[in-house]
Design a protein around this ligand. Structure first.
Ligand code: 5AD
Ligand code: SF4
Length: 451
């Protein structure tokens, strides 16, 4: 069996990688490490002994980028301590800022250029930094087996597609990750089987918009694969292997996907369905291509087929021109849906996006913050309400490890993605336990054992 864990070898040159942003970036770091291990590098978890220091970066909001500039200053201190240390910025911020970053570091590589990293590293000289930010229409790193960077060997991520064709007006991703392309299904299946053979119990299929996954077989259209079919193929690997996916787009999530979820016990009953706003006027300006009613209908459909399906979301406060009424529409939608949890953000204008060109970023900082705080406060109440419904329910939990607060207790997620805490009987990460929910907090289900 192929080794999918990092090589730790003091005799090899060492690479240190910090990852920012989304799960796709985490998976990209695993691809990068795979490429660099082939080139003779080994991983180090200490920046102080690294020959190459990489930051895999995120551009989604301005504060994500500001953080990286701070880290670059820290990395540079290593250069003063040791000769020959290479500093590289890869990922979305590399793609967005290109030459501007090249003034500060030795290496700049965008999300589609990781195969050229060995060549770039070899070409670097003190006064000759290297850059590759070409975007591709084909690159999916399909046959590269990522070196797994997770700590517990239970849950792994598989990128099934790259890029995004949606051009939501606020979003920088289409510019940093390029056009959408789907990965060949057999390579996805092979990777999922490899993960399972290595003892993993959960895979999450990743894409900016998994519902638009589509593999076109050039020779035989009967072999075309859509997302629902891919999900089923992965679910069939083993009933012991849980399958998750992220992110779904409200405009694209199909009935076929919802029915496929319902058919297989090992497809987790959780959908991350970013709403962004509850106001149809804002949704139109955001170019989300659905309105409030459409979103609510999709939620209704999901719950009619899978009554206890976990639904989580993303919300943006203070988008361009957002009125008090638009904001209230977001709050009432949140109250109507009762999301299990949400990622909530203040709008951050990104240079080059449609919104930055077309609409002034006109909501004052104080108003954005006030609205965001109202959204966060409401979601806290909704999370509690959603968790309270779980009291008395029986759930199957995949153990992640000991609970942080009490070593005699275990923690892990139920299929609906809720975090459960319950008494340990010596089980380890990767075991399944049956529990019953006895009480809740907004973030956790407290459970007793029933197995
Ligand atoms: N400002 C604030 N939040 C944003 N997101 C994407 N772009 C922006 C932006 N410019 C949020 C969206 C998306 C999540 C990944 O990040 O809610 O779903
Ligand atoms: Fe991920 Fe988007 Fe950040 Fe890129 S900009 S790392 S795609 S969250």
């Amino acid at each position: 069996m192929r080794n999918i864990k990092p090589i730790i070898d003091p005799s090899r040159p060492k690479v240190y990688i910090e990852t920012y942003g989304c799960q796709m970036n985490v998976n990209d770091s695993e691809v990068i490490l795979s490429i660099l291990q082939e080139e003779g590098y080994a991983l180090t978890e200490s920046m102080d002994e690294a020959d190459v220091i990489l930051a895999n970066t995120c551009s989604i909001r301005d504060n994500a980028e500001q953080r990286i500039w701070g880290r670059i200053d820290q990395f540079k201190l290593q250069k003063r301590k040791r000769d020959g240390v290479i500093i590289g910025i890869v990922g979305c911020m590399a793609e967005r800022l290109k030459d501007k970053l090249l003034e500060a570091v030795d290496l700049v590589a965008g999300p589609d250029s990781y195969r050229s990293l060995p060549e770039l590293l070899r070409a670097i000289r003190p006064d000759n930094p290297q850059i590759n930010v070409l975007l591709s229409h084909e690159e999916t790193y399909a046959e590269i087996s990522p070196v797994r960077l997770d700590k517990n060997g239970v849950s792994a991520f598989i990128s099934i597609m790259r890029g995004c064709n949606n051009v939501c007006s606020y979003c920088v991703v289409p510019y940093t990750r390029g056009a959408e392309r789907s990965r060949e299904p057999q390579s996805i299946l092979r990777e999922a089987q490899e993960i399972y053979a290595n003892g993993y119990k959960e895979v999450t299929l990743l894409g900016q918009n998994v519902d638009s996954y589509f593999w076109k077989d050039k020779e035989n259209p009967a072999n075309n694969v859509n997302f629902a079919q891919l999900l089923e193929m992965v679910a069939k690997i083993s009933p012991e292997l849980r399958v998750r996916f992220s992110t779904s787009h409200p405009k694209d999530i199909s009935d076929e996907v919802i029915y496929t979820m319902a058919m297989y016990d090992n497809i987790c009953k959780h959908i991350h369905l970013p709403v962004q706003s509850g106001s149809s006027i804002m949704l139109e300006k955001m170019r989300r291509k659905y309105n409030r009613e459409w979103y609510l209908e999709r939620v209704k459909k999901i719950r009619s087929v899978i009554p206890d399906c976990g639904i989580t979301t993303d919300v943006i406060a203070g988008f361009c021109g957002e009125t008090e009424q638009d904001h209230k529409d977001t709050l009432t939608l949140m109250e109507e849906v009762v999301f299990d949890s949400a990622f909530m953000f203040a709008y951050s204008e990104r240079p080059g996006t449609l919104a930055s060109r077309k609409y002034p970023d006109d909501i004052p900082y104080e108003t954005k913050t006030k609205r965001l705080n109202e959204i966060i406060e409401l979601q806290g109440r909704m999370s509690l309400k959603s968790n309270e419904k779980e009291v008395g329910r029986r759930l199957k939990v995949l153990v992640e490890g000991p609970s942080k607060r009490n070593p005699d207790e275990l923690c892990g997620r139920a299929g609906n993605y809720k975090m459960c805490v319950f008494p340990s009987r010596g089980e380890k990460a990767g075991d399944y336990c049956e529990v019953e929910v006895t009480s809740v907090t907004p973030a956790t289900l407290l459970c007793k054992r029933i197995d």
